[in-house]
Design a protein around this ligand. Structure first.
Ligand SMILES: Nc1ncnc2c1ncn2[C@@H]1O[C@H](COP(=O)(O)OP(=O)(O)OP(=O)(O)O)[C@@H](O)[C@H]1O
Length: 123
């Protein structure tokens, strides 16, 4: 394998390790994963169109990315110091707020895309 390809494979492995570590240790990450599986199952069942799939996949990726960055910030703050400090609080609370913003966006996308067809099927 060329040096460039070996480096790319190593980078991919490191990123994969970050994802599996977050899934293993972060309760919220597991919750987001279950929610994503439910959304994908509903979208398949309701046979949503290609454009709606893009919105759903964007929402899932946005929440996962925000949660992973939140985890990175939490770990970095704790690595620097576990002392209670207002700046540590602001850093962690802001990172958590980023997840909240993305989760609200994802909930809105889910309601807009899945709500009407689900309503038609159920009622
Ligand atoms: N070093 C600190 N100094 C001041 N406040 C902190 C500090 N560490 C955490 N906090 C406060 O406690 C909250 C929870 O922090 P913690 O590190 O326990 O995250 P968490 O609850 O484990 O988050 P998650 O559930 O997403 O993993 C933070 O959002 C922040 O308000």
């Amino acid at each position: 394998m060329s040096g460039w390809r070996a480096r790319e494979v190593r980078s991919f492995r490191n990123a994969w390790a970050g994802l599996t570590e977050a899934l293993r240790t972060e309760r919220h990450m597991r919750f987001h994963s279950v929610a994503a599986l439910v959304v994908v199952a509903l979208a398949l069942w309701l046979n949503v169109d290609r454009r709606d799939w893009l919105w759903l996949l964007l929402a899932i990726a946005a929440v996962w990315s925000a949660e992973l960055v939140n985890t990175a910030i939490e770990r970095t703050v704790d690595r620097i110091s576990t002392d209670v400090h207002p700046l540590a609080k602001t850093a962690k609370d802001s990172a958590a707020a980023a997840v909240l913003v993305m989760a609200i966006f994802a909930a809105a996308v889910g309601a807009i895309v899945l709500g009407p067809p689900l309503w038609r099927v159920l009622f």
